[in-house]
Design a protein around this ligand. Structure first.
Ligand SMILES: C[S@@+](CC[C@H](N)C(=O)[O-])C[C@H]1O[C@@H](n2cnc3c(N)ncnc32)[C@H](O)[C@@H]1O
Length: 245
């Protein structure tokens, strides 16, 4: 598996991180779960990626036959994404915007990969529920407040300025299940003490150990969780079964 794009365009900010050993480890798990979601959906139709940057994941899906809508707050990254995936609909969004640029029940697949400040927010989950079709899959990455990595941000936590690790995974997951999502795949990652930019030769053995010890199954206390959740069709008697606006 290889999430790197080799098309002559210099790697963007987060793509450079993804090329380091720690980034490769994270990307390989993200890619596995994105490909899993694709395989579950059988026929590629329309998908939305939020925070697509230069489009490494959107390109992967577009090459698999998906018609992509890609959002970004960074116009330079979005221009690269559009260049790499000419058929995609690339939408520049405002950091403060509180809606997704797609119609009700219009997408079979939604990605929010490493857009950490969004996934746990209730407006965002409401919007994913509005846009995702019944039977559609939401793939994302969650930074878990109930993990050792959250403690690294203790100062900003105490000052109330914390932007990452703001919610616990288990309560969030329960909330999602209450909204009718079923979690198909979850992997708890980033247990080992490497920084985001690490290119240490110890990444491989350490992350292998993480796997051997079964830490990836301990999602309630994992630092990051990569998940794929399917939106179950609402039963007619469910309150809010219709999500018409
Ligand atoms: C860590 S990068 C991940 C990029 C890409 N998803 C990937 O995995 O390669 C997060 C990206 O999300 C974008 N972003 C942050 N907040 C956003 C928002 N509200 N809507 C759309 N994009 C956002 C950032 O500009 C950045 O490019």
């Amino acid at each position: 598996m290889n999430a790197q794009i080799h098309d002559g365009i210099p790697p963007l900010f987060w793509e450079e991180y993804a090329e380091q050993r720690w980034g490769q480890y994270i990307s390989a798990i993200e890619e596995k779960i994105i490909r899993f979601a694709h395989s579950q959906l059988v026929t590629p139709t329309t998908a939305l990626e939020i925070g697509a940057e230069g489009g490494r994941w959107s390109k992967l899906l577009a090459d698999l036959g998906w018609r992509m809508t890609c959002t970004e707050i960074d116009p330079v990254a979005l221009a690269v994404c559009q260049q790499r995936i000419p058929d995609s609909r690339c939408v520049l969004v405002d950091l403060e915007s509180r809606d997704l640029p797609c119609g009700n029940n219009s997408q079979d697949l939604i990605l929010a990969i490493e857009v950490h400040e969004l996934v746990e927010q209730s407006w965002f989950v409401d919007e994913v529920g509005r846009v995702l079709k019944d039977g559609g899959i939401f793939v994302g990455v969650f930074q878990n407040k109930h993990s050792w990595r959250a403690a690294l941000n203790l100062k900003s936590m105490l000052q109330g300025t914390m932007r990452h690790y703001t919610a616990g995974y288990l309560p969030w997951k329960r909330n999602m299940m209450g909204r009718g999502y079923r979690f198909l795949r979850e992997e708890g990652i980033c247990w080992m003490p490497f920084g985001r930019r690490s290119n240490s030769i110890f990444v491989k053995p350490a992350t292998h150990l993480e796997q051997l010890l079964g830490l990836r199954q301990l999602t309630s206390v994992s630092p990051w969780i990569v998940f794929a959740a399917i939106k179950e069709p609402a039963r007619p008697s469910d309150p809010g079964a219709s999500n018409e606006r």
